[in-house]
Design a protein around this ligand. Sequence first.
Ligand code: G6P
Length: 617
Amino acid sequence: MKIKKEVNMCGIVGALAQRNVNEILLEGLRRLEYRGYDSAGVCLVDGEQQLQLRKSQGKVADLEARLHDNPAAGRLGIAHTRWATHGVPSDHNSHPHVSGQIALVHNGIIENYRDLRARLLGLGYEFASDTDTETVVHLIHSLTNEGMTLLEAVTAATAELEGAYAIGVISADEPQTLVCARSGSPLVIGVGIEENFIASDPMALRQVTDRFVFLEEGDVAQVSLEGIAVFDQHGEEVSRPVHKLDGGHDAADKGRYRHFMQKEIFEQPEVVKATLAGRIGAHTVLPEALGARANEILPEVKQVQIVACGTSYHAGLVARYWLEDWAGIPCAVEVASEIRYRKTAVRPGTLFVTISQSGETADTLAALRQAKELGYLASMTICNVPNSSLVRESELSLMTEAGPEIGVASTKAFTTQLVALQLFCIALAKANGMPADKEAELVGALHQLPELMEDFTGLDQLVKATSEAFAEKHHTLFLGRGVEYPIALEGALKLKEISYIHAEAYPAGELKHGPLALVDADMPVVVVAPNNELLEKLKSNLQEVRARGGELFVFASPRAGFASEPGVTVVEVPDAPDSLAPILYTVPLQLLSYHVALLKGTDVDQPRNLAKSVTVE
Ligand code: G6P
């Protein structure tokens, strides 16, 4: 069996019970909506041992409407949200795919599907879709035709697959069996009492169980009412531990908020506090913050290579300023999809750090796996999901405590990444001789962070009023200098992700090397202007914008000495220590993109074309 490109955009849910599982499957799909998808489907085995298949392009609500018109029920079923890779979003390309009495859902990409398709066409199979997935269900069907059980057929079929997959398979001829397998895409089994479930993410099943078995790469499992049998990649039956996940708050509930993104912005004071809890003392970062192994490794670190994607990459860019300033340690930051495809020169003593909300991002994971062959000192991940692939495969992990993040546009995951990175940078600086009073100053500031975060979320109404100036615009420019430059990048990313307004970020000093040519009254310029040593230089850059008729929106503290005037709107933010500025100034930029998106009427939590968890390579 050849593998592995990690892909996990789609969502899988499956259930086997002594009751109708239709609503369990639909609720599971609703809970997976955050991942981003373009179609949904469900297949149940009814009391007559017939497959009942319903699929629909669009949202889970469209599938529900279809089920309302044409109901289906059964005690065994699988369901899916699809994010199109092979074949456009359409009813016929949606999963489940069916072959005879067998139905299958798949998350991932089958790379050798062309060969398999040719072979199956030769055997007389007809294809109803353009997907790579359909080859797998026909392959399994052809093997059951040779007399194999469903479990045997799935085991034999997966041995032939190249690429990445998590699959759930049912057969109307075996109504007491749900078979699943994973390699390269996540899959968990939810353990109930005389009922069992599968899903891409435990969150999809939190309404029915809190006990989960996490499948390992290459596992095939047979789920029945009585229990679960797991077979490893060599076909040996193995025992995988059952993890009890703590209750926590139900992340799939928006509570009093209109959108998950809004809820997650306002949760930041609380989750920032949770990320600091037990990790800082009065004046120091506690030794237990990073764990005993980290404390052994950190003194050996001569250089740091950070790798991440999207918003997590921006967190890495911020950390570079902190590391070089406080620890005097050189740091490089690169997007995972770039570093994994080029030859890199690794100096001895370099720590390889990944940053990821999900812990499953395809390129980041591939870069980590590659790094293991390249002579790095050790690998560390800053991650929000325990048990994720990055956490399992990294030697050190520092968890952010953001709780599940549902909105596709990352908010609280980003600010908690910055908090975790700050702890890491202080610990590394300390191991490199940072004086105690500097550490005390930085830790003292961190103690103020949750409260300041609260003050910054309090800017909501002020930012809302400002957002009106953006709703009709097609382009925006975000400027920052120094450590605020990555925050400008993140602000621009948020705006483009959820409002679809073209937004670019530049270090303010680069303005006259190109983007100034674009500046006119139709291009608002957002400026992140904390009161640091670059303020005066930033002010000169802003004059350059004003001189071209550009309209400025400046986020600054009163100490910075900006005043609103025609063409300049100052959004006054609370004063804060310099070391916290990147974390805090992120908040009004998140609020800005949120309110602009509301005015534009876009789908805030599930912006078009984007997915929460992991992009296809
Ligand atoms: C996708 C998400 C982003 C996220 C990026 C990296 O693009 O939409 O919000 O920043 O992936 O994801 P990760 O889970 O590795 O942080």
